[in-house]
Design a protein around this ligand. Structure first.
Ligand code: SF4
Length: 293
């Protein structure tokens, strides 16, 4: 059984920078992160071990015990940061620059009189941050949401996407919007981030070569779920795991080539552990040469 890693996988620079900032010794026991810094259980556990406190979101402001607070890599609306400052907190901002680019892009579209539209998941923290300072907007997750555009009674739409969306899905939705009879003009700026694209291209290429894909990442990680979706589209057996302990030896029986990929919030040591364990399974499943006829 051959085992291959995707050519691009695991932690992106945005997540790495955010974790490094949160782990800075200057903060020890004096920092609260507002929201999950990244959607990865192991990372959040090691932050807690380091004395960093976590609260789910701004609604938990009353339970924050530290003076210093941190905004996550997913970004937040300016008014949330203001609310924290007004409450007397020192705000450290770990927002990924590529998320901030989406905030700037949508504001620029609004200034040019386009009605703002975000393609993404409306309850995702990144999307909440993108639309949080806008007076009006529409979030489109799939075709069922398209009629929302008719309801706003505007004809010029400025569209951006959540950074972790699948490019093909976004392009197909934009095309459908352009074809709607209630739409005169669309200004679409593709804001899917490069690390997400790289991982999706790499998983697509690898999916053509393997008969099983192991996808590593948090169950609540949007971009990890998109990697699983790519495997499903390619009709490749895939299993989404968070850690080595979830590997099932049965998955590997009679497999010739196994691929490994991981979302942008999956730490390198988790990928290495899973890789090592799969190589071990491959060794155990090896058919002794004298049995090969
Ligand atoms: S997935 Fe993209 S946007 Fe999100 S933190 Fe990583 S680089 Fe930034």
């Amino acid at each position: 059984m051959k085992v291959s890693l995707a050519s691009a996988l695991g932690t992106c620079f945005g997540v790495k920078d955010a974790i490094n900032l949160a782990m800075d010794p200057q903060f020890k026991s004096e920092l609260t992160i507002v929201g999950q810094l990244v959607h990865n259980r192991q990372v959040n556990e090691s932050l807690k071990k380091n004395g960093v406190a976590l609260v789910n979101d701004i609604d938990d402001i009353d339970s924050i015990k530290t003076k210093k607070v941190m905004i996550t890599a997913h970004g937040a609306a300016e008014k949330i940061k203001e609310k924290l400052r007004d409450a007397g907190f020192i705000v450290y901002d770990a927002s990924c620059p590529l998320v901030m680019r989406v905030h700037k892009t949508i504001k620029a579209l609004v200034e040019k009189k386009y009605f703002p539209v975000v393609i993404g998941q409306k309850d995702h923290v990144e999307v909440k941050g993108i639309v949080g300072d806008l007076e009006e907007y529409v979030v489109i997750n799939d075709e069922n949401d398209l009629e929302k555009l008719r309801a706003v009674k505007k004809r010029k739409f400025g569209i951006v996407s959540q950074t972790t969306q699948q490019p093909e899905r976004v392009e197909s939705l934009v095309k459908k919007i352009m074809e709607m009879d209630c739409v005169d003009e669309v200004n679409f700026i593709n804001t899917i981030c490069q690390p997400t694209r790289d991982r999706q291209i790499a998983v697509r290429e690898l999916a053509d070569l393997v008969d099983l894909m192991i996808v590593i990442g948090g169950y609540n990680s949007s971009n990890t779920k998109k990697l699983v979706q790519v495997c499903e589209e390619k009709k490749i057996e895939s299993h989404h795991i968070e850690s080595t302990s979830q590997l099932n030896r049965e998955w590997f029986v009679n497999k010739k080539h196994v691929g490994i990929t991981a979302g942008t919030s999956t730490p390198e040591y988790v990928i290495n552990d899973v890789h090592k364990e799969i190589l071990k399974i491959a060794e155990e499943l090896k058919v002794p040469e004298e049995q090969v006829v």
